[in-house]
Design a protein around this ligand. Structure first.
Ligand SMILES: C[S@@+](CC[C@H](N)C(=O)[O-])C[C@H]1O[C@@H](n2cnc3c(N)ncnc32)[C@H](O)[C@@H]1O
Length: 254
């Protein structure tokens, strides 16, 4: 396995990696939504909505307990909300970067969402209490992927489902062209829109392509999911494999 977790520049261990990630997201929080939409040409909206549709069945159950972890400014949560019936139990939206969460909380005003300031590796939720966990573009930032999968497994009910929406690096000619955009053009556009932002983990515009480059390929992540005990593990590529949705379930007890 090539990657155990995110390693921002300068991070010496898992704790300092997590702190660097949290500070970086807090520092870009005011510009995060704008950056996201410009850099993805708004395709991110289609990805959130497509991922939410995949879980329509569970989302449509009013009593289903649902968590959007690493929710950031809340767009995945908003996509999940579209499938919730009136009067449904609130969705938990959790993130450890207060600046990101505060922006999400504004979008959630008046909606059935319970905001949690929490670390994905130490969720303040009971064992076997959730029907669905979704995370969009957050899992890649965890300091320890196997520990994240174990923590999600702990809080999922038997039969509960997991969805991880993440970037990946497509192969072939398209992959090569995309790599140029992602590694050279994207950081330059980011700097042009938002100006330089620097922190102890280096520029966030460079962190994004670096973190995607260091993230396990789909086959490796599927192996990690199986090793953590999940069943029905699958990966569905989105937009030629630039992104994709991992799905898995905690097995029903027999
Ligand atoms: C790229 S943003 C994605 C936000 C949102 N889900 C979206 O799709 O736009 C990643 C988010 O993951 C959060 N995050 C990273 N590691 C985390 C952790 N260990 N616990 C909680 N949140 C974490 C960051 O604070 C950030 O808000």
């Amino acid at each position: 396995m090539s990657a155990t977790g995110a390693k921002p520049i300068g991070a010496l261990d898992e704790e300092s990696a997590a702190q660097a990630v949290r500070r970086m997201f807090d520092s870009i929080a005011p510009r995060y939504d704008l950056l996201n939409h410009v850099l993805s040409l708004n395709v991110d909206r289609l990805w959130w909505r497509r991922a939410a549709r995949r879980f329509h069945e569970v989302l449509a159950r009013p009593d289903a307990a649902i968590l959007d972890v690493c929710c950031g400014t809340g767009d995945m949560t908003m996509a999940l909300l579209r499938h919730r019936p009136r009067g449904a139990r609130p969705i938990f939206a959790a993130d450890f970067a207060r600046g990101m969460l505060a922006r999400g909380a504004r979008k959630f005003a008046g909606r059935a969402v319970a905001v949690l300031e929490a670390d994905a590796l130490h969720l303040p939720l009971r064992d076997q209490s959730l029907d669905l966990i979704v995370t969009a573009f957050g899992f890649r930032n965890l300091a320890n992927y196997a520990a994240g999968l174990r923590e999600f497994y702990r809080v999922l009910k038997p039969g509960g489902q997991l969805g991880i929406l993440e970037f990946s690096e497509p192969g072939g000619l398209l992959g090569q062209a995309y790599a140029v955009y992602f590694r050279r053009v994207l950081p330059a556009i980011g700097r042009a829109i938002c100006g330089p932002i620097s922190g102890e983990s280096g520029s966030p515009y460079n962190y994004l392509p670096e973190s995607v480059g260091n993230f396990p390929a789909p086959a490796e992540l599927l192996d990690l999911l199986r090793a953590a005990g999940y069943s029905a593990c699958a990966w569905q590529p989105y937009t030629f494999g630039i992104a994709g949705l991992y799905t898995a379930a905690r097995a029903q007890v027999s």
